[in-house]
Design a protein around this ligand. Structure first.
Ligand SMILES: [Zn+2]
Length: 264
């Protein structure tokens, strides 16, 4: 067991961000079981001779060994168990991995372990690797993580006046209020989108279940599109700036739609 004051420690986790640093180093973030998200430096990782170059790439899962540094901890060795990006060229899947990683790296406080998020996210990578048929899974799992981080949307009562919301054809969602609005409050709120009853049902199901169950729920493509839109808006709202990867995901989707069309 490693303790915070120890000079050397190890974590199990998955690499969720990677940046070049100086000539040959890189800085990576690991979502770890033991310490939450940690940042560390990998010295010389971009030299062709480096043993650490492959094992410190994005979406590598395994055991990482570190030494406490003055400012940044230093990664000394790695024992990869899985390369989630694999050798596949599935760009859509990779774009979802980027989206999941960016949402955590930017919204989850660093260096605070959270086993629920760790397990849920690891399952997301594993399920996506085996089966990428569900393009909504990334948004479902991000919403689950947002709930764990305290950003769950109020869906049973009005987020402003706390009156019980009636079952409307479609309901008013206010991200700034943090949930659905009753008709009265919706009239006064100028920032709102509509959420269909099916999308509300799905969000509630995610709230009450873990990924093993909600990853199996089947729904129509338009609900998936709705979910993607709402979660993207919500991420940007919480972050208070625009995240990079939602655009990337959109571009990849468009590209694949076009190529499908041109094959016909
Ligand atoms: Zn209200």
């Amino acid at each position: 067991l490693s303790r915070p004051h120890q000079k050397n420690f190890s974590v199990q986790g998955i690499i969720i961000s990677r940046k070049n640093f100086f000539e040959t180093d890189k800085i990576i973030s690991i979502l770890s079981k033991e310490r939450g998200i940690i940042r560390c430096i990998v010295r010389g990782a971009r030299k062709p001779s480096s043993k650490l170059s492959g094992s410190t790439e994005l979406f590598v899962y395994g055991d990482f060994f570190l030494a406490k540094g003055k400012n940044l901890d230093v990664l000394t060795s790695a024992k990869p168990q899985e390369y989630f990006e694999g050798e596949t060229n599935n760009l859509e899947r990779v774009s979802h991995f980027f989206l999941m990683s960016e949402s955590l790296d930017k919204l989850m406080p660093h260096e605070i372990p959270n086993e629920k998020i760790y397990n849920e996210t690891l399952s997301f990578f594993k399920i996506s690797e085996k089966n990428s048929e569900n393009p909504s899974l990334v948004y479902e799992c991000i919403y689950k993580n947002l709930i764990t981080l305290g950003y769950g949307l109020l869906l049973d009562v009005c987020a402003k006046c706390h009156k019980k919301t009636k079952n409307l054809e479609s309901s008013f969602l206010s991200l700034s209020a943090g949930g659905l609005l009753c008709e009265e409050c919706a009239e006064k709120d100028d920032f709102q989108t509509r959420l269909s009853p099916q999308a509300i049902k799905l969000l509630k199901f995610i709230e009450g279940n873990n990924i093993d169950r909600y990853s199996k729920v089947q729904f129509q493509e338009n609900i998936g599109t709705e979910l993607a839109g709402v979660i993207t808006d919500y991420l940007n709202y919480i972050y208070q700036r625009e995240m990079k990867s939602p655009k990337f995901v959109k571009e990849i989707r468009q590209l694949q739609k076009n190529s499908r069309r041109s094959k016909i």
